[in-house]
Write a protein that binds this ligand. Structure first.
Ligand code: G5P
Ligand code: MG
Length: 223
């Protein structure tokens, strides 16, 4: 069992920077609860909920969904976590969302993955996703054992509708205009830690060491 200190962390970075990939490693190593706003929205779309149907065109066009809707969705989900810390992936993405989160919780750690846009464009065209779990693969970087099939469930993998090249360009623009100011917001609070690079396997040891150092109790394993 992993001993948990309550940590409230956020992982940020442009679309395709590896937030999902690094989050999976953080949650596996440190036992945090992982909440991905994109995964939540995609499950709503898959289940054809009213919210999912309303948000689908926004997401497919590479635009952000309205602040009020996503803030309510995430804050409701956070209330269901009754123990342990959490790692938010993809939220907050605007200053208004960061302020909404601040009204309820104090975020103590923000990881920023700083990956060049050119690297990202190449990655997203070869990404395959298992929508129900949010597991991601890449035909070059971490291919599934059987092409097109999820390793754990055996379900078929899909390519995300918003990974088309022209939509990726729009998502990167939305990131520059609406999300980069959030980095400044957290920098001014003294909680932002930036990790730069083009390969997740080279960035990861630094992120792991940072978590071990910042929260030593997380790395102690009970006998
Ligand atoms: P999402 O789902 O939050 P994005 O755009 O922020 O989407 P995305 O695309 O999920 O981020 P990621 O999680 O940062 O990317 O990256 P990833 O999936 O781990 O890695 C990308 C690919 O690269 C994978 O195939 C992975 O295997 C591969 N990879 C990783 N590392 C390496 C490497 O070192 N080398 C190589 N070759 N490959 C690698 O949001 C989607 C939409 O939902 C809405 C918006 O419309 C958004 O566009 N939304 C919100 N709207 C408003 N407010 C919010 N808070 C919202 N949250 C979501
Ligand atoms: Mg992701």
């Amino acid at each position: 069992m992993v001993l948990q200190r309550v940590i409230r962390a956020v992982i940020m970075g442009p679309p395709g920077s590896g937030k999902g990939t690094v989050s999976a490693r953080i949650t596996k190593t440190f036992g945090l609860n992982h909440i991905s706003s994109g995964d939540l929205l995609r499950s709503n779309i898959k289940e054809k909920t009213e919210l999912g149907l309303l948000m689908k065109s926004c997401i497919d066009q590479g635009q952000l969904v309205p602040d009020g809707i996503i803030s309510r969705l995430i804050l409701n989900d956070l209330r269901t976590i009754d123990h342990g810390g959490w790692l938010l992936d993809g939220f907050p993405r605007t200053v208004s969302q960061a302020e909404a989160l601040d009204q309820v919780y104090v975020v103590d750690t923000v990881i920023n993955l700083n990956v060049p846009f050119q690297t990202i464009k190449e990655r997203l065209t070869s990404r395959w996703t298992h929508i129900p779990s949010g597991r991601v693969y890449n035909t070059d970087f971490n291919p599934p054992k059987v092409p097109g099939i999820d390793d754990v469930t055996g379900d078929a993998l899909v390519q995300r509708d918003d990974d088309r090249p022209e939509t990726v360009t729009r998502r990167l623009k939305a990131y520059e205009n609406q999300t980069e100011p959030v980095l400044e917001y957290y920098r001014s609070k003294g909680v932002l830690e930036t990790f730069s690079g083009t390969e997740t396997n080279k960035i990861w040891p630094h992120v792991e060491a940072f978590f071990h150092k910042k929260i030593p109790s997380l790395s102690q394993r009970a006998a």
